[in-house]
Design a protein around this ligand. Sequence first.
Ligand code: SAM
Length: 296
Amino acid sequence: MSHNSYVHGYTERESQRLVEQSEALTDLLHAGTRYPAGALVLEAGCGVGAQTLTLATRSPHARFISVDISAASLKQARTRIRRSRYTNVVFQQADINRLPFPEHCFDHIFVCFVLEHLAQPVDSLVRLNGLLKPGGSLTVIEGDHGSTFFHPSSETALRTVQCLVALQAETDGDALIGRRLYPLLKAAGFSNVRVVPRMVYVDASRPDLVQGFTRNTFIAMVNSVRRKALEQGMMEEAEWQQGIADLERTTAPDGVFCYTFFKGVAIGYSARPGKKMLRDDAGVPATFGSIPIKRL
Ligand SMILES: C[S@@+](CC[C@H](N)C(=O)[O-])C[C@H]1O[C@@H](n2cnc3c(N)ncnc32)[C@H](O)[C@@H]1O
């Protein structure tokens, strides 16, 4: 993915959406993810640090290196972690496909909502695999917009969602990647691959999810591609507005909204003796454990 073609963009509204998403879904997505004291964990594609905060909170004695391709997002992530007073995270700007770390140096890797934006997810997973110590784990969480269904149903609303899927495909991403996690992880050489669906079910008895997920995460995400969808003639303005209104209708007292995330956990392949570092760190080195890193 080119940095500029990232389908969600890097606006303030998008940063807020990522935080809302993370807060609304913390228990659903992070259940079962805790890292032991002293473990060195790579968070690949940390964005504005929405998941980083949860990781640092849930595993306060693990050490995290969180990387993202966007310097602006990293700045926000760093501020968020500083405010929270956690000192077990360092940030570094890097492309997932050119990470400046030695092979087999991480105990665990965590990736959330990133593979869907990568043109060659298997290649990226193979590279991440090579960074894991023998027996180290990868945790990956992705959505799948095709898993969206709701009441009252609306074909027009589904068409707005389909616009996002199509636009993401234009940037070589895959908004339907959740269903592919198992074959992707197997193709990248991981073992003990286990993928579980994590469904968000929202009705009026869960006003926190109505607001935090249906409105501020999902509808906000779809609406963020409105301009591009209209410019490309995917839908007419009036039809788009009807589709969004129909999505909002699902937040009424008698509405229901469902979406499924997919969480995969897998074990990396064993170390291959004699392998050299993938790439030297070209910047001013700092250290985090024995890992040379460039601080932001
Ligand atoms: C939807 S956001 C998810 C951020 C965070 N993991 C979360 O769940 O809030 C996707 C992030 O992936 C980053 N990203 C996309 N392609 C990347 C790449 N090749 N290398 C590193 N980061 C990348 C984007 O900059 C963006 O911050």
